[in-house]
Design a protein around this ligand. Sequence first.
Ligand code: IMO
Ligand code: MG
Length: 425
Amino acid sequence: MAVTAVVGLQWGDEAKGKIVDILSDQHEIIVRYLGGNNAGHTVMFDGQTYKLSLLPSGILRSNAVSVIANGVVVNPKALLSEIESIKAQGVQPGKLLISDKAHVIFPYHMIEEAILEARRGDKAIGTTMRGIGTCYRDKIGRTHAIRMGDLLRPELFRERLDEIVEAKNIIIKAFDPTAEIPTAQELYDEYMVYIDQLRDSVIDTTSYLHRELKNGKSMLFEGAQGSLLDIDHGTFPYVTSSNSSGCGIQAGSGVPSRMIDRVIGIVKAYTTRVGGGPCPTELVDETGEHIRQEGREFGTVTGRPRRCGWFDAVATGHGARVSGIDCIALMLLDVLSKLDELKICEAYEIDGERTTDFPSQLDDLAKAKPVYRTMPGWKSDITGVRKLEDFPKEARQYIDTVAELMESEVGFVSIGPDREQTVIL
Ligand code: IMO
Ligand code: MG
């Protein structure tokens, strides 16, 4: 039985949800290991469309177990309302397990984030305002952190809140004297209601996953965000606050990478980015607008229009290397079908020097001029293609170029939102 991981290789929104959906009925346990309700995963299941943020997609199947592992930051209010919304769509949620080591998001995290982002002005990171970065900041800082397991110990939880809320008031009011945060008692009362509904789900998921690996259970590690948003390997500081490349699987779940049989790197056939930070192949012109409209590139979480551009093999190749992929899933290829000419960035030119290394410093990335390989478009509808041989030769050339530049096999090509609109190589 296989252990598989699905990881985004760009700046998120690579349509990971579709590949996860295709693979999820071949896996008994589905694991989210990073991020929180900043993710926006569109999953089609049984002909219906579901928008998931925090819940692993296994939740839509009554026979799968969904695990929110230790690396995730949990907003219990958002979690419960997501469960309610899928129930309202007629789904009986599958079994859910939440790590007692996962950190908890509180309202003061959102308040702090709003203040910090506003102070950066035009240098704002452009976060999703879900309290993700401020919660991870408290996790790393340790003294102001609360984990799911603490909510099961009411006396300890109440004590921790007293200490933390006092400190948060000092910090937040120093930035903005008019800001108000809920009292420790208010937070205690609110979160005790949440934990009452989640109590049976909160366990040591690390021991659980290892036990089930020993039992030969199949597992799917469901990535969120993308490798270029990784806190260590991405375009810092315009990143998310966790290891969103393949590097995050081990720390975020306690399952070592040697136990994973196959890592599938998900890439869009072009580039998108939401929020701030350099994006060398961004197109601020009609072609960019065309891609945005054809690909319906507007955020699932925040509704923001996504920045669009040509496929960047330098950036994506870096994402692939740090994630350690076995193959690529090339998504949304059909979005490019109407364009006369297509470009793929094969190198950067920085201060007159050509490089295929992804710059580690932001100012170098901001200066990078893409060196493009130009190809003819296929100018025809490919949404009905089901076999590699049936693609027009220009589309084959595009797929082969992505594989060549990324030094990886292509395992899947997606040519539409439906499950059937997938060519498996
Ligand atoms: P999925 O799972 C695209 C981006 C935000 C912002 C930066 C930091 O749908 O691929 P954060 O709120 O995480 O502190 O914001 O990261 N970002 C994403 N962009 N898709 C996502 O997730 C993202 N999650 C975070 O836009 O630039
Ligand atoms: Mg998204």
